[in-house]
Design a protein around this ligand. Structure first.
Ligand code: ADE
Length: 228
């Protein structure tokens, strides 16, 4: 069974390049994942295909209307009733590697990309299962956030990354530690040399050095990971 992804968006073309290139593109070509994009505007109910309107109570910005949002969400739900419906929003739970792994272990996901000041609250109450934020900053819309989530999840779907060992060692697989440094040839680049231990062929020593480096890096760059 292929990992099923539905993207509900006002800008389906935003995803053209990442879906046709990169690891995500390869996963789709190999039918390990399928991605269906739906334009929320196709579900607008008025003749001008309006997707936004003024907020009740006044204030700046526009609100994504119920009818197109719910139309797109119900169509996706009817196609794929078992998939979690996820709304990308700065108000959601913070996205982590653990959430990526949890989603990759499931049958797929429906990603709802918001715009304007956000979507009418009733849509969130009735048609969304989970809200996710990719970091404490505000993007122009949900699309870049959906792409980040998509990328992090799809590479964890079995078969997508050729060598599964590369998933084991990398940063954040152990969420309390960031990765050790990497080097490749040449041994001497403009006088900057590769640490001697890596050339020693002594696997136990190399392992110990990498562990030390990883711990020191975590302490200096991301002490929050240790303190948590
Ligand atoms: N939409 C706008 N900003 C966002 C963020 N940081 N995470 C998820 N969705 C968003």
């Amino acid at each position: 069974m292929s990992f099923a992804i539905e993207i509900l968006t006002l800008f389906p073309e935003f995803f053209d390049s990442p879906l046709s290139t990169s690891l995500i593109g390869k996963a789709c070509d190999a039918e390990l994942a399928t991605v269906l994009r739906t334009n929320i505007r196709d579900f607008a109910t008025d003749k001008h295909h309006t997707t936004d309107d003024l907020p009740f109570g006044g204030g700046a910005g526009m609100v994504l209307k119920c009818e197109p949002a719910v139309g797109a969400l119900e169509a996706a739900r009817d196609r794929n009733p078992s998939l979690p419906r996820i709304y990308l929003t700065p108000q959601g739970e913070r996205f982590t590697q653990a959430i990526a792994a949890e989603l990759a272990a499931g049958p797929g996901m429906i990603l709802f990309c918001g715009h304007y000041e956000g979507v009418d609250e009733r849509v969130r109450e009735g048609w969304i299962d989970r809200e996710i934020c990719i970091g404490d900053y505000v993007l122009t819309g949900g699309e870049p956030a959906a792409l980040v989530l998509l990328d992090a999840v799809v590479r964890l779907v079995p078969g997508v990354v050729g060598n599964p060992e590369s998933l084991v060692e990398e940063s954040f697989t152990d969420p309390r530690r960031i990765e050790h440094p990497h080097y490749t040839r040449p041994r001497d680049f403009r006088g900057m040399e590769v640490p001697e231990v890596l050339l020693s062929g002594h696997h136990a020593k190399i392992e110990a050095w990498r562990r030390e480096q990883s711990e020191a890096r975590t302490r200096s760059r991301r002490p929050d990971l240790i303190d948590d």
